[in-house]
Design a protein around this ligand. Structure first.
Ligand code: ADP
Length: 754
C-alpha cells in the first residue's frame, strides 16, 4: 500500500489526522503569504475556484439521476460563483489583468460572488422535493451573472465597495453583514431539511456555511488587500471550501449513494427492511402460506406442517390441488383459481381438507394474485378453523336449544333493549298479541301497552334496577284493538358497568284465570244462597212444629216435618256434590265398585225425585233382563239423582221424565230424558265445565249452582265411562252416560282430574 493511500485511509478513519494535515496546509499557505501575498491570494482563490467548478461538473453531469435538488441547484450556482471568484482573483490588486480598475473591482466581484452564493444557499433548501429544470436554473444564473458583470464593467453602476485611501465603503460592510445573515438563515433552513441528507453530508454543508459566515465577518474588518484580516478571511474561505468539497465532491465520488442516489438507497433500504419484516411476519404467522405457480407449490412456510401434517419439503414442487378445493384435479384447480380471481385479485372460501394422517379439518383459505405476475402465480393462505367451526356449531346448537326452549314456552317471551324497543319475541307472544314476529321486532314496547301502564313505566324501571326483577299484571293492546290481561315477570340484564341494557319480559295470558275467578266468586255466592234457602225452610218448619205443636193437626205437623226432611235431603245432595268435587280436586275420589242392580237404583232415584216433584210423570224404560253394572252404587245413584233433578228443574210441570238403558258392547248406556227447554248446540259444548250455568237459566231464576253436571262427568269418568247430551232447544234433552258391565281392571282408585 502506498504512503498516500495509507494516509487517505488514516484521514478517513481518524479526523485528527485530517485536522493536522489541514493545519499544515494552512500554515504552508500562511508562509506563502509572507513570501508573496498575491501568490497566497491566488492559491487560495484558485483552490476555491477549482472546487467550485468541480462541484458544478459533478452536479451537472449527474443531473439526470441526482435525486436531491439542493445539491443540483447549488452545483449549478457554483459555476457562476467560481467564475466570479476567478474574475475576482484576476482583478486583485497587483495582478494587472484589468488595467484601470483598482481594488474596488476585486471587492465588487467578491461581494457579487458572495451574494450569489448566500442567496443560492438560501433558496436551495426550498427546492427539495419540487420539480427543478436544470436548464432554466442555468440560464437564470447566466442572466444574473451577466447583469452583475455588465453593471461593473460597462454601466459602472454597481455600488462602490472600496475607495482608495478610505477603505471599504458602508455598502460593502453592510453587505457582508447581510450576507452573513443570509447564510445563517440558510443553515436554519438546511437544518430543517436535514433528513433529506446523509448525516455526514449535512454536517459538512453546515460547517462549510458556518465557516463562510466567519470568513465574511472577518472581511468586515478589512483594511487593505494585503492586511491580516484579509488573509484570515481567505484562510477561513479555504476551510469552508474544503468542507464544501468534502460534502459534495468527495461524497459524490466516493459514496455516491450518500449523495446522488441517496433516495434510491433509502428506498432500497426501506425495501430490504420491509422484506425482512414481511418474511418474519410470514414465518411467525399462524397461517400456512404457499406460493403457487400454475398449480404447483413453489414455496411455503413452516406452519404448513402444523396444519396439513406435511413437511415443507414434502409439499414444495407438489400439485397444490390437494391442499385446496377438494375433489378438483390439477388442471381444474387452475381453472377454479383463475375463475375465482377474475376481476377480484383475492378469493376467499372455507372447506374441509384431509391432513397427512387422514384426519379431516376445516380450513379457511384465501388466494391472492401476485401483482404484475402471471395470473396463475398466486399466494395462498390457509388457516385451521376446525376449533372455531366446532365452537360455532356448539354455539348454534345451544342457540337452537335455547330458541326451542323459548319457542316451546307456554308463556310469551319478549326481549327489550334499553330504549324499550323489542329485540325479539317467541311465537306465543305473536299468538297472544296477534302480530307477526317481523312486525313486533323493533317496535316500541310501550306502544303495545293499554291503560295506565305507560305512565307507571319509570316507577317500574326504578324497581327493576333495584330488585333485578318485577312481577306485575297489566294489559296489552292486541293488534285487533282488544285488551289482553297478562301476568308479567320482567328480568333485567345488565352490562359490565352495571347499567340496564336489556330486559326479558315473560307474559302469561290471564284472561281465562280472570274469568274463572269471576265464576268462582259467582259460585260462592250461589252456593251460599243455595245452602241458605233449604236451611231457612228447615229451621222455619222445625220451629213452627215446636212452637205451634198444640195448635197444629197431626197431618199439618207431618207435612212440616216432611218439608224439612226433603229440604234436608236436597241440602245433603248439594253438600254431597261439593264433597265429591273437592275429593276430585284433592285426588281422593275412591270408588267402591261391585255388581250393581241398575233397575233397583233407578227405581229408588226416581222415587226420591217423585217425592220432590209430584207434578212430573216418570217412566222407567229398562230391558227385561239387565245385567248388573260394575260400579259404585252410591255414585250411580248420585249421577241419576243429579240428572233427574235437572230434568225436573228444566222441564215444565206435567211433562214426562224418562229413564232408559241399553247394552252396548261391554257397557250399559243409561239415558235420562225430559221434554223441557232443551239446550242449544253452542251451550252443549260447555255444559260439563266447572261452574257453568247457562245464561237462560240464570235469567229464569232456576235454582242451581252449576255443579250437578260437572259431578256427573267426574263420577262417570272415574268409572271409565263417558257422558254426553243430545238435545234440541224447546223439545227436551237426553243425557246419556255409560258404565262398564265387567270389572276390567279390578277395583280401582280413580283420579280422573281433567
Ligand atoms: P245447575 O245446578 O245449574 O242445574 P248443572 O251442572 O246441573 O247445574 O247444570 C248446568 C246447566 O246445564 C244448568 O244451569 C242448565 O242451564 C243446563 N241444564 C242441565 N240439565 C238440563 C236439562 N235437562 N235441560 C236443559 N238445561 C239443562
Amino acid at each position: 500500500m502506498s504512503v498516500i493511500s495509507r494516509l487517505v485511509t488514516q484521514v478517513n478513519k481518524r479526523p485528527y489526522v485530517t485536522i493536522l494535515l489541514g493545519a499544515l496546509v494552512l500554515f504552508g499557505l500562511y508562509l506563502t503569504s509572507r513570501y508573496s501575498y498575491l501568490l497566497f491570494h491566488s492559491l487560495a482563490e484558485i483552490f476555491s475556484v477549482v472546487v467550485s467548478f468541480g462541484i458544478f461538473v459533478l452536479a451537472w453531469n449527474s443531473r439526470k439521476f441526482i435525486d436531491n435538488n439542493y445539491i443540483l441547484f447549488l452545483g449549478i450556482s457554483y459555476l457562476f460563483i467560481g467564475t466570479l471568484d476567478l474574475l475576482h482573483t484576476f482583478a486583485y490588486q497587483g495582478m494587472g489583468i484589468f488595467p484601470g480598475y483598482g481594488t474596488n473591482l476585486a471587492t465588487q466581484l467578491w461581494i457579487a460572488a458572495r451574494y450569489i452564493q448566500s442567496v443560492s444557499f438560501l433558496v436551495a433548501p426550498l427546492l427539495i422535493g419540487r420539480k427543478l429544470r436544470p436548464q432554466f436554473v442555468f440560464f437564470g444564473y447566466v442572466g444574473v451573472t451577466s447583469l452583475l458583470l455588465i453593471s461593473m464593467f460597462y454601466w459602472h453602476n454597481f455600488p462602490v465597495c472600496y475607495v482608495n485611501g478610505v477603505g471599504l465603503t458602508p455598502f460593502k460592510k453592510i453587505s457582508e453583514y447581510i450576507i452573513s445573515f443570509i447564510f445563517l438563515t440558510s443553515i436554519f433552513l438546511l437544518y430543517r431539511r436535514r433528513r433529506d441528507f446523509d448525516t455526514s453530508v449535512f454536517r459538512f454543508l453546515a460547517i462549510s456555511i458556518a465557516v463562510v459566515i466567519g470568513s465574511e465577518l472577518t472581511f468586515t474588518l478589512y483594511t487593505g488587500p494585503y492586511a491580516t484580516p484579509n488573509m484570515i478571511g481567505h484562510l477561513l474561505k479555504i476551510v469552508s471550501v474544503y468542507f464544501m468539497y468534502r460534502a459534495i465532491i468527495w461524497t459524490g465520488l466516493a459514496k455516491p449513494y450518500n449523495l446522488v442516489f441517496r433516495n434510491l438507497k433509502q428506498s432500497e433500504e426501506a425495501l430490504r427492511a420491509s422484506e425482512q419484516h414481511y418474511s418474519a411476519l410470514v414465518r411467525n404467522l399462524a397461517h400456512a402460506v404457499f406460493e403457487i405457480k400454475e398449480g404447483v407449490i413453489t414455496w411455503c412456510n413452516d406452519r404448513v406442517q402444523d396444519i396439513y401434517g406435511y413437511t415443507k419439503d414434502e409439499l414444495i414442487g407438489k400439485d397444490a390441488s390437494f391442499l385446496f378445493p377438494a375433489n378438483v384435479n390439477p388442471s381444474e384447480f387452475q381453472k377454479v383459481v383463475s375463475r375465482s380471481l377474475k376481476g377480484k385479485g383475492v378469493f376467499q372460501d372455507s372447506m374441509k381438507v384431509k391432513r397427512k394422517d387422514g384426519s379431516v379439518i376445516d380450513i379457511e383459505y384465501s388466494i391472492t394474485q401476485i401483482p404484475d405476475k402471471h395470473p396463475l402465480e398466486v399466494i395462498a393462505v390457509a388457516r385451521d378453523i376446525t376449533e372455531r367451526k366446532r365452537i360455532e356449531e356448539a354455539l348454534q346448537r345451544s342457540e337452537a336449544n335455547y330458541r326451542m326452549l323459548v319457542e316451546s314456552s307456554p308463556d310469551g317471551v319478549i326481549s327489550v333493549d334499553n330504549k324499550m324497543r323489542i329485540i325479539d319475541c317467541n311465537e306465543e307472544t305473536c299468538r297472544l298479541l296477534g302480530y307477526p314476529r317481523e312486525e313486533l321486532k323493533g317496535k316500541d314496547f310501550r306502544k303495545l301497552l293499554a291503560g295506565a301502564l305507560p305512565d307507571r313505566l319509570s316507577a317500574y324501571y326504578d324497581q327493576l334496577t333495584q330488585k333485578g326483577l318485577i312481577e306485575t299484571e297489566f294489559e296489552f293492546l292486541g293488534r285487533d284493538g282488544r285488551t289482553i290481561p297478562v301476568w308479567a315477570k320482567v328480568v333485567g340484564h345488565y352490562d359490565m358497568t352495571g347499567s340496564l341494557n336489556q330486559a326479558l319480559v315473560y307474559i302469561r295470558d290471564i284472561a281465562e284465570r280472570q274469568k274463572l275467578d269471576q265464576l268462582k266468586d259467582e259460585f260462592i255466592g250461589l252456593v251460599s244462597h243455595e245452602l241458605r234457602s233449604p236451611l231457612t225452610v228447615i229451621i222455619g218448619a222445625v220451629n213452627t212444629a215446636l212452637t205451634e205443636e198444640d195448635r197444629l193437626s197431626r197431618d199439618e205437623m207431618r207435612q212440616l216435618l216432611q218439608d224439612a226432611a226433603w229440604e234436608a235431603e236436597s241440602l245433603s245432595y248439594l253438600l254431597g256434590n261439593l264433597l265429591e268435587l273437592s275429593r276430585v280436586q284433592a285426588d281422593r275420589l275412591f270408588l267402591i265398585r261391585e255388581p250393581v242392580n241398575v233397575r233397583k237404583v233407578v227405581r229408588d232415584a226416581v222415587e226420591k225425585i217423585k217425592r220432590q216433584s209430584s207434578n212430573h210423570s216418570f217412566e222407567i224404560d229398562l230391558p227385561k233382563s239387565l245385567p248388573p253394572v260394575h260400579a259404585d252404587e252410591l255414585r250411580l245413584e248420585r249421577i241419576l239423582h243429579n240428572l233427574l233433578e235437572n230434568s225436573v228443574k228444566y222441564s215444565p210441570d206435567g211433562h214426562k221424565v224418562r229413564v232408559s238403558a241399553r247394552l252396548e258392547g261391554d257397557n250399559m248406556v243409561i239415558g235420562v230424558s225430559d221434554e223441557g227447554i232443551g239446550i242449544s248446540l253452542h251451550d252443549q259444548a260447555r255444559l260439563f265445565s266447572p261452574f257453568e250455568r247457562l245464561a237462560v237459566q240464570r235469567l229464569l231464576g232456576v235454582k242451581g249452582v252449576g255443579l250437578g253436571l260437572l259431578v256427573c262427568r267426574r263420577l262417570v269418568e272415574a268409572h271409565g265411562g263417558r257422558i254426553w247430551v243430545e238435545s234440541e232447544p224447546g223439545r227436551g234433552s237426553t243425557f246419556y252416560f255409560t258404565l262398564p258391565l265387567k270389572d276390567a281392571e279390578g277395583p280401582v282408585e280413580a283420579n280422573p282430574k281433567s
